[in-house]
Design a binder for this molecule. Structure first.
Ligand code: NAD
Ligand code: LMR
Length: 440
């Protein structure tokens, strides 16, 4: 049996395993997870480089290719392929739903156009959609079976992004909105608004150095959210998150529509990094690793609770220090590697897509959704704090306090040390909105 349109993009290959990004396989009616385990019957070749690259497992994604690989021609593969979703920002249920959403309406022979039966029902808006994060994030959200409409907004260049993305045969409709005059229409009826609009860091800058530009951008965008979709979940990505979330809260309060359960600073990337680095260090299967990361999203305010790693792992003091510092500086690691061309975009898009997916599952009634996020909190004396939260239809259903109990001495000291900086960033954000209100 031929698989005419299995789109497998090999990202990295190694001895008997190949990392793949899978979008959609019409023939076996599966796919659209960003990371999927494939059992290959035969006849897929990844070219001469297939066995030349070093053995590594960066994302714990396996392509079991003990069988011979042949005839791979770029984006096409042939012969029997069975696919089993293993690790993804999408849950198994969601991946299954995506498969079903592509079910053919009728099995007519020689029919080339398949009818789609989307199960999707949620509308997602991305503000800053033409940017480094916005574009790959839009692509990943386009793959969600839970999304019926994807509204892309930017001050420029969003038409092309939307036209491009709209050709993907996944259920959601893609609409583009450019400039302030189209913002209100972009937001009407939306369930989740994701905000990656703003400038990124260059080497030598802190996230707080972005405050002067991004504070205004976030304030303006959240004002529009308040006016047009006050019930939506709001995901703030724009830095400095430690201040932009309090800014958003203050704007929503002034508009009389603040619901603290629905405002989130996206810190998922810290968890994604912590999971990756711990799995690498301890040689663990990546899909199993879960490290809660608390505090905020800048330097020492990012506090991975390695003692709470699941599965339970023991670390030497040196390992704890090394891992903690690496997780705290991971954003800077990327900024320096990009050498002036911006900050993390692809890993951030992945992390943000995971958080969107979790939010949509919660909105859809899944009662078992937990993520770390920077939210209004009473877990410490600070008004905003990142911790694990339980998500439900109405947003944050519970803050998970147990992670903060029984901290190691190292973690407790680090928690005490981060509080003054985080407090200062929160107060700076609140003061910015209050000052603007007075001078208006
Ligand atoms: P980018 O410059 O590539 O993209 C930003 C986009 O925002 C651009 O397309 C720009 O046109 C748009 N934009 C600017 N002003 C706007 C406005 N008023 N309304 C709508 N769109 C507007 O930057 P990027 O790499 O995508 O990063 C965006 C932000 O995300 C930065 O502030 C960065 O620091 C932050 N970030 C946060 C995390 C996190 O973990 N929370 C991770 C990575 C980056
Ligand atoms: C990150 O953690 O990658 C982002 O906050 C971007 C940055 O400036 O480091």
């Amino acid at each position: 049996m031929l698989l005419p349109s299995l789109s497998c993009l090999p990202l990295e290959t190694f001895q008997d395993e190949v990392l793949v990004l899978v979008f959609f396989c019409e023939e076996c009616e599966m796919a659209a997870t960003s990371a999927t385990t494939f059992s290959v019957g035969s006849a897929i070749s990844f070219g001469p480089k297939a066995s030349q690259l070093p053995h590594s497992k960066p994302f714990g994604v396996r392509f079991n290719s003990k069988n011979s690989l042949a005839n791979f021609s770029g984006l096409k593969a042939a012969t029997f392929v069975s696919c089993e979703s293993e690790t993804s920002f999408m849950s198994k249920e969601t991946a299954q739903a995506l498969r079903s959403s592509f079910a053919r309406k009728a099995q007519k022979p020689n029919q080339t156009q398949y009818g789609l039966q989307p199960q999707a029902s949620f509308k997602v808006a991305i503000l800053g959609a033409a940017g480094g994060i916005g574009q790959p994030l839009a692509l990943l959200v386009k793959m969600s079976p839970l999304v019926s409409a994807l509204h892309l907004y930017d001050i420029a260049n969003v038409k092309g992004v939307a036209a491009d993305l709209s050709h993907c045969n996944t259920p959601s409709q893609v609409l583009d909105y450019t400039g302030a005059s189209e913002l209100a229409n972009c937001l009407k009826g939306v369930n989740v608004v994701v905000i990656p609009a703003g400038v990124p860091r260059k080497p030598g800058m802190t996230r707080d150095d972005l405050f002067n530009i991004n504070a205004n951008i976030v304030k303006t965008l959240v004002e529009a959210v308040a006016d047009n979709c006050p019930d939506a979940f709001i995901h703030i990505i724009s830095n400095p998150v430690n201040s932009t979330v309090p800014i958003a809260a203050e704007v929503l309060k002034q508009k009389g529509v603040y619901d603290p359960k629905k405002l989130f600073g996206v810190t998922t990337l810290d968890v994604v990094r912590a999971n990756t680095f711990v799995a690498q260090k301890k040689n663990l299967k990546l899909i199993d690793v879960d490290v809660p990361v608390i505090g905020g999203h800048a330097g020492i305010t990012i506090l991975p609770l390695l003692s709470k790693t699941k599965p339970s792992v023991s670390f030497t003091d040196e390992e704890v220090k090394e891992l903690t510092v690496r997780i705290q500086n991971a954003g800077t690691e990327v900024v320096e590697a990009k050498a002036g061309a911006g900050s993390a975009t692809l890993s951030m898009a992945y992390a943000a897509a995971r958080f969107v997916e979790s939010s949509l599952r919660a909105l859809d009634g899944d009662g078992d959704v937990y993520e770390c996020a920077y939210v209004e909190s009473n877990l410490t004396e600070l008004p905003f704090f990142a911790s694990r939260v339980k998500l439900g239809r109405k947003g944050v259903e519970a803050l998970i306090s147990s992670d903060l109990q029984g901290l190691t001495e190292y973690e407790q000291k680090a928690l005490d040390a981060l509080k003054p900086e985080l407090k200062g960033s929160i107060e700076k954000g609140i003061a910015f909105v209050q000052k603007e209100a007075v001078s208006a």
